[in-house]
Design a protein around this ligand. Sequence first.
Ligand SMILES: NC(=O)c1ccc[n+]([C@@H]2O[C@H](COP(=O)([O-])OP(=O)(O)OC[C@H]3O[C@@H](n4cnc5c(N)ncnc54)[C@H](OP(=O)(O)O)[C@@H]3O)[C@@H](O)[C@H]2O)c1
Length: 281
Amino acid sequence: MSEHPILVTGATGKSGRRVAGQLRAKGLPVRAAARNGEHVFDWTDSRTWDSALEGVRSLYIVQLDGTKLVRPFVERAVRHGARRIVLASGRGIDDPDYANDSGGVLDGILDSEAAVRESGLEWTISRPGWFAQNFSEGFFADAVRAGELRLPAGDGAASFVDAEDIAAVVVAALTEDGHAGHTYELSGPRAVTLTEAVATISTAAGREIRYVPVPVAEYVADLVHQGLPPADAGAFADVIEPLRKGTDAYVSDGVHRALGRPPRPFAEFAKSTAAAGGWRV
Ligand SMILES: NC(=O)c1ccc[n+]([C@@H]2O[C@H](COP(=O)([O-])OP(=O)(O)OC[C@H]3O[C@@H](n4cnc5c(N)ncnc54)[C@H](OP(=O)(O)O)[C@@H]3O)[C@@H](O)[C@H]2O)c1
């Protein structure tokens, strides 16, 4: 399949950028697609879909949460001759106790998983838990860089997974046989509390960074004060809920199953991110 470009959607994001990089490091041709990507692709503009899919046999899908666009996109991919597909999903999407879903994203992700499974293509689903990179590129990054992370997460924990490991699993599924029909739940090697995570980053970055647990109501009020509509502020608090409740603290064996090696520890993520200047102000 290697003469055909491998389509990577979400190619400017946390997992897609690494998937594209790891594929290129193997000398494989990549079509890196996003609204601001090398190849301009917009989920909400289906006129951009055909040029993204032209000549593609393998693809990585990072969906637009809150939509059901994966199903028609997969149908389009099949018409273009695609054979292999890897979908970015998430742990807990089929567990009603995992988190509240006031943002309404679970329905769309479940539909995407079903569309991929029903596609007739060789499919693999990546279901990561909380990304370690939420502290460096995701929605905690600015607060961590500013020296204080305030969250309604108590002393909750999660088995944060390194996006480098997520990308390695996706690349294996795109390029090797033996991963079709697998749903890989991905985590780090152990649960890490918020207090420990931020202390580890603080040590690696060589400066004081604090984690401050706050009540949910205070967190929501702060976000509203910063200008967020109350419904969006509530949805953010819901996203944090698995950290507070510890529902994402369990360890999954997907990295080991897919790659035959253990996942990277959080401390390694913190060290390499600090060395690359990830928390420099
Ligand atoms: N972060 C976590 O801890 C976590 C945990 C489990 C599951 N997940 C799931 O993982 C997925 C996110 O993956 P990620 O973290 O790798 O991505 P990400 O860092 O959130 O980046 C999103 C990517 O999607 C692109 N994008 C956004 N809107 C788009 C549009 N309208 N059309 C085309 N591309 C668009 C963005 O690029 P442009 O802005 O350039 O278009 C970017 O490349 C989500 O489905 C999320 O639910 C995340």
